[in-house]
Design a protein around this ligand. Structure first.
Ligand code: XUL
Ligand code: CO
Length: 446
């Protein structure tokens, strides 16, 4: 990826490939920490972080909110027909990906191709655009991190897609998943995502929850079987979110999804795609939901963004909080990486950010935040006393009676006998502040 891709027209004129200039530079269009080839441990930053740009926020969303239309005028929205606009959007997207220097992208079927109620037209249009994307991938070396189907925007999905109470809608949703799976395979995607947009309920009064969840499992099983039958070898991913748009969404959080996957025998093929702002919406931290997924061996990929501490909405802001990125990278490094997953910027510039360069600046900030998070997390794990302190905290389970208990060899009588012989346990400080200080120390110095 040396020369940026320029299609029939240049959409981000005046902006070239984004260079690494280091923390001393004040050039907003340069990386301060993300140095793709820099080695952190045994992998480069690019290999650790596996950044992806998303199609939907970056090239489809012009900044509309519930109170008004979009504020950005995209030059790729000018051509007269939907297919011509889709091709122009693709050129703009590949120009942006290559100028920014990310290796991956993600898309929904109807971000890339125009939607159509006529199934044959929808399938033909998507195939045509996928063919064009394949050519551009070959020309640039760009790769697909994951594909997905948008099963929440069309009014037919107002009561859900796979969990819709009407079988006709469930079947119509399958049309899109089938086509999006084929597109993902054709483009060599390493993952296929299910974010359960409207899989949930607005009211329990009209909802048979168990029935809907059983249908959901049947639908995912059929998708898994179809994907495998057409040669998809990657991970299927579920992206938890507790609410919005529905009042309650079935893929509430990591714990809920892990339980659901295990209950339905889907945990061999499915992992989780954890989004920061979804975790915070569910009342957890980003790091918590990552850790839960990772502890089950099911952390597959990450949607990198952040919410707004003042409100509970899914604001999808670009990540900029270094505590969050250090926390996330600690989980990722401890589990040995994310491959074939990656870090997808499911984030949008603010409605008030209307210059073409703002999209670059936002991604640069997100990439730098994670690059810095990676450096600090790596230093904490390899140079600091962090892991030693954590291990020592549990030392009483490393040998003797504690070990025997952990191995399931002691019953309550044995525990009582031990307690009788040892008196009141000595107080052991949790030392939270010592850990917090260590993190800050490494954030500043590493
Ligand atoms: C919505 C969301 C989606 C998924 C893909 O909150 O995160 O963009 O990532 O459908
Ligand atoms: Co997402």
């Amino acid at each position: 990826m040396t020369t940026p891709f320029i299609g029939k027209q240049e959409y981000f004129g005046g902006i070239g490939s984004i260079p690494y200039e280091g923390p001393a530079s004040d050039n907003p269009l340069s990386f301060k920490y993300y140095d793709a080839k820099k080695k952190i441990g045994d992998k480069t930053m690019a290999e650790h972080l596996r950044f992806a740009v998303c199609y939907w926020h970056s090239f489809c969303n012009a900044g509309h909110d519930p109170f008004g239309p979009g504020t950005r005028r995209y030059p790729w929205d000018v051509p007269a027909t939907p297919m011509a606009r889709a091709e122009a959007r693709m050129d703009a997207a590949f120009e942006f990906f290559t100028k920014l220097g990310v290796p991956y992208y993600c898309f929904h079927d109807i971000d890339m191709a125009p939607d159509d109620d006529d199934i044959a037209t929808y399938e033909r249009q998507l195939k045509q655009l996928v063919g064009m994307a394949k050519e551009r991938q070959q020309a640039t070396g760009m790769k697909l991190l994951w594909g997905t189907a948008n099963l929440f925007a069309h009014p037919r999905y107002m009561n859900g897609a796979a969990t819709n109470p009407d079988f006709a809608v469930v079947a119509r949703a399958a049309v899109q998943v089938r086509a999006a799976l084929e597109a993902t395979v054709e483009l060599g995607g390493g993952n296929y995502v299910f974010w359960g947009g409207r899989e949930g309920y607005a009211s329990l009064h009209n909802t048979q929850m168990k029935r809907e969840l059983d249908h959901f499992a049947r639908f995912l099983t059929a998708a898994r079987d179809y994907g495998r039958s057409i040669g998809f070898k990657g991970n299927f991913l579920i992206e938890p979110k507790p609410m919005e748009p529905m009042n309650h969404q079935y893929d509430f959080d990591s714990s809920t999804v892990v339980g659901f996957l295990k209950q339905h025998g889907l945990d061999k093929d499915f992992k989780l795609n954890i989004e920061a702002n979804h975790a915070t919406l569910s009342g957890h931290t980003f790091e918590h939901d990552l850790q839960v997924a990772s502890d089950h061996g099911l952390l597959g990929s990450i949607d990198a963004n952040r919410g707004n501490a003042q409100n509970g909405w899914d604001t999808d802001q670009f990540p900029s909080d270094l505590y969050d990125t250090v926390g996330a990278m600690l989980v990722v490094l401890r589990q040995g990486g994310l491959e074939p997953g990656g870090l997808n910027f499911d984030a949008k510039v603010r409605r008030e950010s209307t210059d073409a360069e703002d999209l670059f600046i936002a991604h640069i900030g997100g990439m730098d935040s994670f690059a810095r998070g990676l450096e600090v997390a790596h230093a904490l794990l390899t140079q600091s006393p962090l892991e030693g302190w954590r291990k020592d905290r549990y030392a009483t389970f490393d040998s003797g009676e504690g070990l025997a208990f952990a191995q399931g060899k002691l019953g309550l009588d044995d525990l009582r006998t031990y307690a009788l012989g040892h008196g009141e346990p000595a107080q052991r400080s949790g030392k939270q502040e010592r850990y917090e200080n260590l993190l800050n120390q490494y954030l500043i110095r590493a």
